[in-house]
Design a protein around this ligand. Sequence first.
Ligand SMILES: *Cc1c(COP(=O)(O)O)cnc(C)c1O
Length: 382
Amino acid sequence: MKFNTKTIHGGQEHEPSTGAVMPPIFQTSTYAQSSPGVHKGYEYSRGENPTRAALENSFAAIENGTHGFAFSSGLAAIDCVLRLLSPGDEVIAGDDLYGGSYRMFTQLFQKYGLNFHFVDMNSVANVTEKINSNTKLIWLETPTNPLMKIADIKAISTNVKNIDSNILIAVDNTFATPYLQQPLDLGADIVMHSATKYLGGHSDLVMGALMVKDDKLAKDLHFIQFAAGAIAGPMDSFLALRGIKTLHIRMQRHCENGKAIAAFLVNHPKVGDVYYPGLKNHPNHEVAKSQMKDFGGMVSFRLKDESQKAAFRFLENTKVFTLAESLGGVESLVNHPVTMTHASIPEPERLKIGITDSLIRLSVGIEDISDLLADLEQALEI
Ligand SMILES: *Cc1c(COP(=O)(O)O)cnc(C)c1O
């Protein structure tokens, strides 16, 4: 099946007892047994639920994996991956991460004896030079949030595996989605999504996903999902499945609109740097072109006026773009990383990587592009 068919049919069967085309919402915690231990494959919904199973099959299909796992949030999915590790193990992660991932690594797992190195994943050497016998996991995000840096998934995977084939490569694929890039095909072991974003696509749920293609790894992750219990509920699973069915057509429009907005911002006299992997002057434009089908709907930029006042004036005056956390929904959102999504990163760290007051992040939705451009124009003029 091609990707555009997999989003609709991947891993899906009609419901066996009624033939229902859409998976019913099995809003149940438990399942009747005819004799102790004799049941139809379902015992208790923390372990398995048919609606969640349908979604997990879809997750696996769209990332070219063999197993998918649905969690109550993106962070719960990341938490599940880190529980594969033991005290003393080391993780090499990107230095421009989703703020919540950084917070979990430094404020939760460091306490339990995991050690983290944060490096600029623009260069493969930055990653390989940190590898030692304790290294167990590479955590990479590409494009990064909010600076839209690109890491070369294939080059990093190949080089790391050449040094030690047991080191796991995990990719947070939230920004790109499998429509744009499929990390398992590029050498990664684990793909993670905040399904809250593009997979769900309608800003109506919070959910996480993991996808893998190795049976042993799937078994270990499934055990943690079951034993720790941060599963996605049936109603949310239904909504996420419904969202995934239109992922490919939504992404087409997100990419078209993202490109048009990046081009508009580059030429605007009040705008400084624009961060979008589709721009020819993006430092890793060629890598982006080789591993991504298109460049997505996330665009960050700086106002030339570097004061917080100027940024707030812009943020308070957009009308079609809603000022809000999150991204990846059909509606356009605008975000101020310093005070919103990345507030949990200590100021010196933030400044070092360039998350300053003048930085603004757009999640470009699928509205009519002329309304989006007019909105940005009027907010920049104020
Ligand atoms: C939102 C987000 C997360 C966290 O997911 P939640 O669903 O909010 O828990 C992780 N990574 C990226 C890139 C995100 O944008």
